[in-house]
Design a protein around this ligand. Structure first.
Ligand code: PBG
Length: 333
């Protein structure tokens, strides 16, 4: 054939392919989510093979391992004891609580590692919702925000570098920014869960923290989070959320879940100059692990391809439970 242009020319050798490769993955792109509990030993999580509920000691060791692999940020999630859960989730701003203690300990042992936190009531609420549930079963917006601000300040005081509001209440980014500034934490950043969808992909995470919505009394409890998390049918609405978060002072915008929402990542990339993060969530992790365990897919190849595709879609940062494995594979070449 007489073809002028043959795209295969640049795919012919590894050297040529490396020269024209548009995106690279590196361990510094990853934010590593870690679960922590009060127990003295690490506990495996059924639906997330390889992930643990870490003891404080175990957490310190795991964060050291992540640092050595080139990972520069971790995000912490607490498994809170049932006895500490209340309707208003007030344990969330206890400065002696599990998360503030974990942050202080990590900052002693690994001071250079960036620490991100999650701001929402669900791990601390007996109802399992991210906000306060009224006696009529409504998740209250403005009443919840004052608690979230206190939670964010407690985390900043313990030494957090990046505060991650995941609650999807309206106006929370601006309120948290103001609360942090008032307390002298103007240097602490906000990585906002900007476009967080009401997704079934969070199932394994809710198992890890025992945080699924549930009724514990006669109070009616919404079965899902669809009055505050976004409808998976909506793409344009993510741009509205992004605009609000930018105006309110977010430093980084996040899309969650990741894989089924690459179009949303791409749209935010086109609209904003802020760094964009993608959350490769627990259900996405569980699917890969389950298929790999059965020998149906090549785990290493699938994980590295998936993470790279987040970058191609427009993400600068990726929250992923595969972070350490992927960093090791990148190092092995
Ligand atoms: C808490 C929170 C959730 C996740 C991160 N922060 C669960 C939820 O909103 O129900 C999910 C993360 C994952 O599935 O990996 N608000």
């Amino acid at each position: 054939m007489e073809l002028t242009y043959r795209p295969r020319r640049l795919r012919r050798t590894p050297a040529l392919r490396a020269m024209v490769r548009e995106f690279q993955l590196s361990a510094a792109d990853f934010i590593y989510p870690l679960f922590v509990h009060e127990g003295a030993s690490n506990e495996p999580i059924g639906a997330m093979p390889g992930a643990q509920r870490w003891s404080l000691e175990g957490l310190v060791t795991e964060v050291g391992r992540a640092w050595d692999l080139g990972i520069r940020c971790v995000v912490l999630f607490p498994k809170v004891a049932d006895g500490l859960k209340t309707e208003d989730g007030s344990e969330c701003f206890n400065e002696g609580g599990l998360i503030p203690r974990a942050i202080r300990r990590l900052k002693q042992e690994h001071p250079a590692m960036a620490i991100m936190t999650d701001v929402a009531l669900d791990p601390y609420s007996c109802d399992g919702h991210d906000g306060i549930v009224s006696s009529e079963g409504v998740v209250l917006n403005d009443e919840t925000i004052s608690l979230l601000c206190r939670q964010a300040v407690a985390q900043a005081r313990a030494g957090a570098d990046l505060i991650g509001p995941s609650d999807m209440m309206d106006g929370r980014v601006g309120a948290i920014r103001e609360a942090l500034d008032e307390e002298g934490f103007e240097h602490v950043g906000i990585i906002s869960y900007t476009a967080k969808y009401a997704s079934a992909y969070y199932g394994p995470f809710r198992e890890a923290l025992d945080s699924a919505p549930r009724a514990v009394s006669s109070k009616p409890i919404p079965k899902d989070k669809s009055t505050y998390q976004m409808d998976p049918a909506n793409g344009r609405e993510a741009l509205t959320e992004a605009l609000l978060d930018e105006q309110e002072g977010a430093d980084i915008l996040m899309v969650k879940p990741g894989l089924a929402y690459l179009d949303v990542i791409h749209r935010l990339r086109g609209e904003s100059e802020l760094p964009i993060a993608a959350y490769n969530v627990s259900g996405e992790y569980a699917m890969v692990k389950a298929a790999a365990e059965r020998g149906w897919i090549d785990e290493r190849a699938v994980v590295l391809e998936t993470l790279l595709c987040f970058k191609r879609a427009g993400a600068d940062l990726i929250l992923t439970y595969h972070a350490c494995d992927a960093a090791q594979w990148l190092r092995d070449g």
